[in-house]
Design a protein around this ligand. Sequence first.
Ligand SMILES: [Zn+2]
Length: 292
Amino acid sequence: MKRLILIILMFLLFLPIGCNNPHEGFKDDDRLKVVTSFYIMYDFTYKIAKDKVQIINLVDSSSDAHDFEFTSKDIILLENADILFYNGLGFEPWIDDIKESLTNKNLKMVNTSEKITPLEGDPHSWLSVINAISQIEVIKDTLIKYDEDNKDFYNENFNSVLNTLNNLHEDYVTTISSFTKKDIVVSHEAFGYLCHEYGLNQIGIYDIYNSDEPDIKRITEIIDFINENKITTIFYEPNINKEKVEFIANQTKTNIEILNPIEGLTKKEIKDNEDYISIMQKNLIALEGALK
Ligand SMILES: [Zn+2]
């Protein structure tokens, strides 16, 4: 009996490691083997490459990308890969360690934000649609460089995405310029690039890295800010503990709504075929509801 309990305990102990990275490695075929660091990189790459390359995402879409720690399974995956697309700007603090752990000298590690003007300390570049276009273009150029045979296919997909994203950007510019209010209160201070691009200000309950729990002083500051500026809505993101957000909303009689930094997808979002574009459209509707 003791032995059985021990086996069950050991099984439970090791279970999360197996579940953390569900990827099963690349198939043995001629297509480029591409690894993406987290959901946004996966979505951007898929929009250009579709099934012309093999794409495996490192951070499981439903996990918190800020808390990712790579495992030996990820190293094995990258030893067999041709390209790793990552966001850069510090979003993947593990990138240098992973580089040191690899013997695969043929792996191209591509920083997709290389052409973006950084906002100090903020890695969430993709929340400006203009930055998203720049990052997708880096992905497209890289794919063409290493897989020239599919150049026309990649260019065609890029032009189609570019058209959609230019329209999305125009929607943001036009809609937000009509808002009378410009301040948003958010759970995780991830919207610096969005605010910078479209003329909003964000106040975060949690910081840029979604790490430290807010103390009483911070919560009091947020409550005062909400009352002084007649804020009607507090934004939070899917997959977080809403306790602090709900506490502040109760104290200030404000609504809570989702504003999604798109660091991953919930199971429901995956089921509903959501992507960067559909979620950014929903984000704009949410902003409109709060600020118009
Ligand atoms: Zn974040």
